[in-house]
Ligand binder design. Structure first.
Ligand code: G4P
Length: 288
């Protein structure tokens, strides 16, 4: 399978983000805890240089906790301030305030020395599409606060959301498109549903996922579907189709339907908490 990415309005979004960067102190970057590197666009380092940096490992509810801790340590070693969040149910959201304060410690101290007290930090959320930016903003801001920024026509100029007395958040997140040459990065983005569906083949994608799961999460497919996990991914998928009674007219197995079920179950966490990329062995050694 070969993946390509069509950048669309990429350069315009990048220009807008450059402008927004001038207004803020701290960048809150969301990555997907299941693919923390593949969901990270390297352009942000250039765009956000001289800014305090926070990384949120979002959707940690879907990732393997063992590796999420390793990834947290990995980014911390690179100088980021990191915390885990589940923007959907709000877990970990309260901790974000604390991490932002830590990331901006020097700025707060500088201000204090100049006699500037209690000036809110200005923050901006960035991340690739579908990583959970809007869900996060809604979660941290509370429903009422975000609504004011969403009225069409009234949003001339920048809208800020007051998170608390310490943080003002720009209401529109910066969108970074995934950037990759490595096809395995494309594959991971496709697994989590971050590449446009129409350019993908669900059947082939599910076979790749099945291979990955059997290699790294043995037993998860058997648990979910009651199938025998075979080294032959098509055979495993056929087993799933049989168990789920996926058949086309005439009684033949409908593998495309079964493939859709597998991808949907994976993306919704029904195949277990799964991480798709792992810190390298040397990184893991340093953290354990
Ligand atoms: P974006 O602004 O970065 O493009 O992402 P958005 O907030 O629209 O979130 C994309 C999808 O990810 C949404 O699911 C959202 O509910 C889900 N999501 C966001 N954060 C988390 C999280 O921490 N954990 C989990 N499990 N899911 C999260 P959707 O299927 O598009 O919508 P919905 O059916 O959930 O409403």
């Amino acid at each position: 399978m070969h993946f390509q990415w069509y950048p669309g309005h990429m350069s315009k979004a990048k220009r807008m983000m450059q402008e927004d960067m001038k207004l803020i102190d701290v960048v809150i970057e969301l990555v997907d805890a299941r693919i923390p590197l593949s969901s990270k666009n390297p352009d942000i380092d250039e765009l956000a240089k001289n800014k305090s940096r926070v990384i949120l490992l979002n959707k940690y509810d879907l990732a393997d906790p063992k590796y999420t801790d390793h990834w947290k340590a990995y980014f911390e070693r690179q100088g980021y301030f990191v915390t885990l969040v589940n923007s959907k149910n709000g877990n970990g959201i309260r901790k974000v305030n604390e991490v932002v304060q830590q990331a901006c410690k020097e700025k707060i101290e500088r201000n204090r020395k100049r006699g500037i007290l209690n000036r809110p930090l200005r923050a901006m959320v960035v991340g690739i599409p579908n990583v959970g930016k809007s869900t996060f903003i809604n979660s941290i801001a509370g429903k009422a606060a975000t609504k004011t920024g969403n009225k069409p026509g009234v949003t001339k100029g920048k809208q800020w959301i007051k998170i608390n007395k310490n943080i003002d958040l720009l209401d529109t997140p910066g969108i970074l498109w995934p950037k990759f040459e490595d096809q395995s990065v494309g594959l991971r983005l496709a697994f989590i549903g971050s590449l446009r569906e129409e350019i993908l083949n669900t059947f082939e994608l599910s076979l790749e996922l099945i291979k990955f799961l059997i290699l790294n999460y043995k037993g998860n497919l058997a648990n979910r579907y009651g199938v025998e996990e075979s080294d032959d991914a098509v055979k495993t998928l056929s087993g799933i189709a049989e168990k789920r009674a996926c058949r086309i007219k005439g009684g033949e197995l409908d593998l495309n339907k079964a493939a859709g079920i597998v991808m949907d179950d994976f993306r919704n966490g029904r195949l277990g908490t799964i991480t798709l990329e792992f810190p390298s062995v040397s990184d893991t050694e340093q953290t354990s």
